[in-house]
Design a protein around this ligand. Structure first.
Ligand code: OGA
Ligand code: NI
Length: 359
């Protein structure tokens, strides 16, 4: 039981992190030949008269990525949000505290180590999500995973060291939650729905956070930091820092997302894809490692109320005459089980909830 960041700098990649050849990143994917600047959504305008324009930009972001626009008003795979209202001091303050967490001595971090998925706060290593990873493939990532919002209810679970950690995380979690709520209001409007459409059960679960730490890797061509997956819940707001590594799948190819200082990468989860009956797509993404620099990212995942039944919103389905829902209803625990069973594979998971209508 060890974290990768505590390995004495290895000269070569330990065997268990070596992926089978078909799962490794190709050389051209590592060299960053294929990289994009995501559409940038400047949220400053959304505060006042520019609201409609920002919503329009969110929709444009979809076109820029060339997604087929069927009955949808908004479809995009991911975007950068700037002027998002989360102060640079809040972002950098928490990032510094989190980096310091990973620099603490091994014992201080391992106090939090656990492979039990229902823990409110835990450290683990090597695997993206799943204990059901049958062939024991390991990935080059350490992770501090915790529930971060509502803050008052959850903060006593968080690491108390380094000393600044709790206070800075509290500030960050509140600010990112507000940002996510603003984004969801804009997205609802862009979909032609009431701006409060996502409030309540759809976003009322405890927000999760992955603080991902990818140490320098002896051989990025043999491994990945996180396997290809779609996020499972509603919306993910990611601070990827200034080191590249995140790649999104676009038209069958892996494309690097260039870091943008202080911006957030925003992407949708599988649950949102199903709630909107496929109008919004959850983008598949993965992380490649880096031999020169360690990388740390902070992913904040907005979740629905786990106890309630989730299914395509009637308003999305009945918008067209005779339109029948693509997905069936499910509970939070059903989704979690399906996610474990499919290791976050988008197509496989969606298939488990798809309704096959007779023609
Ligand atoms: C995640 C994730 C991406 C990154 O935590 O689900 O996809 O850049 N992280 O670390
Ligand atoms: Ni992810």
């Amino acid at each position: 039981m060890k974290l990768i960041c505590d390995f004495p700098s290895p000269k070569s990649l330990p065997d268990k992190y070596v992926l089978p050849p078909e799962k490794r990143p190709c050389n051209h994917e590592l060299q960053g030949d294929l990289s994009v600047a995501l559409p940038v959504i400047d949220l400053q305008g959304a505060l006042g008269d520019g609201r409609r324009q920002v919503i329009g930009e969110i929709m444009e972001a979809g076109k820029e990525f060339g997604f087929f626009q069927a009955r949808c008003l908004v479809r995009f795979i991911a975007m950068h949000a700037v002027n998002h209202g989360v102060g640079e001091d809040v972002i950098q303050g928490f990032r510094e505290a989190a980096a310091e967490f990973f620099r603490m001595p091994a014992e201080a971090k391992l106090k939090h180590y656990s492979n039990e998925h229902n823990k409110h706060c835990r450290v683990f290593s090597g695997s993206v999500t799943s204990h059901t990873d049958t062939n024991d493939i390991r990935y080059w990532r350490d992770c501090l995973k915790l529930r971060c919002y509502p803050v008052d209810k959850l903060m006593h679970h968080w690491p108390s060291q380094p000393e600044t950690f709790r206070e800075r995380l509290a500030k960050y979690a509140v600010a990112v939650q507000e940002l996510a709520q603003r984004l969801l209001r804009l997205i609802a409007e862009g979909l032609g729905l009431d701006s409060r459409f996502f409030e309540g059960d759809l976003t009322g679960g405890e927000t999760m956070m992955n603080v991902n730490y990818y140490p320098r890797c002896p051989d990025p061509s043999l491994t990945l930091g996180i396997r290809p997956h779609s996020d499972r819940y509603i919306l993910t707001v990611l601070s990827q820092g200034d080191v590249s590594g995140l790649q999104v799948k676009h038209k069958g190819r892996w494309i690097g997302v260039q870091p943008m200082h202080n911006a957030f990468v925003v992407n949708f989860g599988l649950q949102l894809e199903m709630v909107t009956d496929g109008v919004l797509t959850s983008v598949e993404h993965r992380v490649v490692t880096n031999s020169a620099k360690a990388r740390m990212s902070v992913a904040t995942l907005i979740r629905p109320n786990m106890g309630s039944r989730i299914g395509p919103a009637p308003v999305m389905v009945n918008g067209e005459t005779n339109h029948r829902p693509k997905y069936r209803d499910f509970t939070g625990s059903e989704l979690i089980e399906a996610y474990e069973a499919t290791a976050g594979n988008r197509e496989a998971l969606l298939e488990m909830f798809r309704i096959h209508h007779a023609k």
